[in-house]
Write a protein that binds this ligand. Structure first.
Ligand code: FES
Ligand SMILES: [Fe+2]
Length: 442
């Protein structure tokens, strides 16, 4: 297997639109990116509604590593590495719950919700000389941020603030996370997180949701066969004019831009659901004015958090497990105050659409998995992938922040920008260097 000895920039020809297959099959590159990307970037950890009350926790992941997201007695939110400071055992082995402490099952050390080491069995007799327990707290992230209910963290003290990290992609995430401004304004998680493993590299998932508009052809089959998520009780609405926007931080979004003739939210299978969303749409327009018509349909916040901003309203995190193994976590949202029939309708619609059994997700996974398998061979991996669509077509607009390519969608601009940013992470020594680099994306 070829090792990763060259510059990452040699593998990503941004201006020529060619990207080496090594990015997706080389185990050395994979190991490097755990340090250079996942230990430095801001990563999505969870949603504040999953830890509403003191003592609530969920176990999440940052890159390959298990982390605990917990709310302490004082109401503060923390993100800790899920590993005991004594001999490394997982201190929390549940997916979610409410607790007073995290007790390690190995030798019984226990930690408070604020990470302090508060209990060591037989401390006086067994641990001589005495040690300073304050120094042996759970390892906590360097920075944590909450944005519209989503919780983000980084291991890097020198990383910029989360808002700076997002840059102008803030516009998309802001609209996506509170898409309808409906109900009582609060969001809730619908059901549990769906988790499954696929045999492909995490980056191909990230690029797909960053705005690979060309792949919609692969979703025609389920609609032609009449088993797609839009059939029967599903949804038919007009996304409007499609525009893709890329951001120097590596983020990419596909927007639908509506006008007065667009008819949103025709939920044929449920009159109450259709009425609810029409009502929410009116509220959204009243509150947001003209920007209400710009809907972030789908996007990726670099490196591995993807979202749908309309329906389904969902976050997908592609956690790396190995060069050709990715653990997919999908979580669904709804308005907390929505009628029960709306929630029930959405639950069925979401599961039919995405997740391991979702009709549309299955199309995508089939492509990613077979692309990975077909790229591993010593011959196949010598041939780069083609990302040339829309080279030179990008521009800026007053309407949507970022570097955009407008209708008709014939561009691979957003995947190109994602890989350019990936190469900058792989090659840059410090955040000063990374921030200085992020202007050249056209
Ligand atoms: S590994 Fe946790 S107490 Fe020993
Ligand atoms: Fe897709």
């Amino acid at each position: 297997m070829q090792s990763f000895k060259c510059s990452a920039q040699d593998l990503v020809d941004f201006h020529g639109g060619e990207i080496s297959r090594e990015l997706f099959v080389n185990a050395d590159i994979y190991r490097e990116e755990q340090e250079r990307v996942f230990a430095r970037a801001w990563l999505y950890v969870g949603h504040a509604t999953q830890v509403r009350n003191p003592g609530d926790f969920i176990v999440s992941k940052m890159g390959e590593e298990s982390v605990i997201l917990a709310r302490d007695r004082a109401g503060e939110i923390h993100v800790f590495l899920n590993t005991c400071r004594h001999r490394g055992m997982k201190v929390c082995r549940y997916d979610e719950g409410n607790t007073k402490t995290f007790m390690c099952p190995y030798h019984g050390w226990s930690y408070g919700l604020d990470g302090k080491l508060i209990g060591v069995p037989d401390y006086q007799e067994a641990y001589k000389p005495a040690f300073d327990r304050e120094e042996w707290r759970l390892v906590e992230v360097a920075q944590m941020a909450i944005f519209r209910g989503t919780i983000w963290a980084t291991w890097d003290k020198s990383a910029p603030s989360f808002e700076e990290y997002l840059g102008e992609a803030r516009f998309a995430l802001d609209h996506a996370l509170c898409p309808w401004d409906g109900g009582d304004g609060e969001t809730e998680v619908l059901g549990s997180t769906q988790r499954w493993i696929i045999p492909s590299n995490w980056k191909i998932v990230a690029e797909n949701f960053a705005g690979d508009a060309l792949h919609v052809v692969s979703h025609r089959s389920v609609d032609l066969a009449g088993i797609g998520p839009s059939e029967g009780e599903g949804r038919r609405d007009d996304p409007g004019r499609l525009v893709v926007a890329a951001y120097p931080g590596g983020h990419g979004v596909m927007y639908g831009v509506r006008d007065a003739t667009t008819v949103p939210n025709d939920y044929r299978g449920s009159r109450i659901t259709a009425e609810y969303f029409r009502h929410c749409w009116k509220k959204r327009r009243a509150r947001r004015g003209p920007t209400a018509d710009i809907v972030p349909l789908v996007g990726t916040i670099f490196p591995n958090m993807s979202f749908h901003g309309q329906q389904p309203r969902t976050i997908l995190v592609a956690h790396p497990l190995g060069v050709d193994r990715t653990e997919m976590w999908r979580i669904y949202f709804t308005d907390r105050g929505a009628p029960a029939e709306v929630k029930d309708f959405l639950r069925r619609y979401y599961v039919r659409y995405a997740g391991p059994a979702g009709m549309t997700e299955q199309d995508d996974m089939e492509n990613w998995n077979y692309a990975t398998a077909a790229s591993r061979g010593v011959i196949a991996r010598q041939y780069p992938y083609h990302y040339k669509a829309g080279l030179g077509a990008a521009k800026t607009s007053d309407l949507i922040p970022g570097i955009i390519t407008d209708h008709p969608i014939t561009t691979e601009q957003n995947p190109r920008v994602l890989y350019q940013r990936w190469a900058e992470y792989m090659d840059a020594g410090s955040w000063d260097h990374l921030l200085g680099k992020q202007s050249v994306i056209r």
